[in-house]
Write a protein that binds this ligand. Structure first.
Ligand code: MF3
Ligand code: CO
Ligand code: CO
Length: 251
């Protein structure tokens, strides 16, 4: 079931999205060698509460922390921990989702810690660009499969693989709603996008094979070959007049 949003609801979702985006901007200066992912979690948690919002991940289906921190071979859903300290050359995705005025804003970004290898930098830059190529396919009346097709075509041409097991999602008063947004696919396939839809696009690209596995903690997804993975995420809305807006891009 897809819940279409009114322009007034999208206005409120933009406020949640802007808070999510400002959280990532705020945390950037702390992403340095020596800090633990638990410290990053705590700073984001406090910032969210201070802005009258609730961190959606905390206790979501049993997730124990307020943000996801996914370092190097961790694909997504990394659990912040005092034991995980950042080192020079790491890459780390930080995924934040505040609930503000009842609506979720979901965004993530992969940061460099110090100076990563050229290969790591290329993976991260390709992932960021693949997200924007996916966003360019968002139009009222266009096929949903075009989003994944554009991401996959570019990622694979650059020599990377696209994770299949985790997808983008509709979002609103619920964290995860229909439709699912695949990051692979074929042009011209799937349902048509329409006015009022709000959803995330959140491609994960791997240096090696696309396959992932989940650790015994039940959350942490890693690449099956332990090679690097990167991710970027935005929340996108289609307004009643067909305008496409990136709600989580800071204005
Ligand atoms: N923010 C993630 C997403 O993009 C979901 C995290 S679920 C959690 O969909 F429980 F791990 F927080
Ligand atoms: Co998401
Ligand atoms: Co997210």
């Amino acid at each position: 079931m897809i819940y279409l949003k009114s322009d007034a609801e999208i206005d409120t979702m933009k406020e949640s999205g802007q808070l999510a985006a400002s959280t990532l901007k705020m945390i950037e200066e702390y992403v340095t060698p020596g800090i633990s992912t638990l410290e990053l979690n705590n700073i984001c948690h406090d910032y969210t509460l201070k802005h009258n919002a609730i961190p959606a991940p905390l206790n979501y289906k049993g997730f124990p922390k307020s943000i996801c921190t996914s370092v190097n071979e961790v694909v997504c859903h990394g659990i912040p921990s005092a034991k995980t300290k950042l080192k020079d050359g790491d890459i780390i995705n930080i995924d934040v989702t505040p609930i503000y005025k009842g609506f979720h804003g979901d965004t993530s970004k992969t940061f460099f810690v110090g100076n990563p290898s050229e290969k790591a930098k290329k993976l991260v830059e390709t992932t960021r660009k693949s997200l924007y190529l996916g966003i360019e396919e968002v139009k009222a009346g266009a096929r949903i499969g075009n989003i994944g097709a554009a991401i996959q075509e570019y990622a694979e041409a650059e020599g990377f693989s696209v994770v299949r097991e985790f997808v983008g999602h509709g979002i609103g008063t619920n964290f995860h709603e229909d439709p699912q947004i695949m990051h692979t696919g074929k042009y011209g396939q799937g349902m048509r996008l329409e006015e009022g839809m709000v959803f995330t696009i959140e491609p994960m690209l791997n240096e090696g094979h696309w396959k992932t596995k989940v650790l015994k903690d039940g959350w942490t997804a890693i690449t099956s070959d332990r090679k690097l993975s990167a991710q970027f995420e935005h929340t996108i809305a289609i307004r009643s007049d067909g305008t496409v807006e990136i709600l989580t891009e800071l204005i």
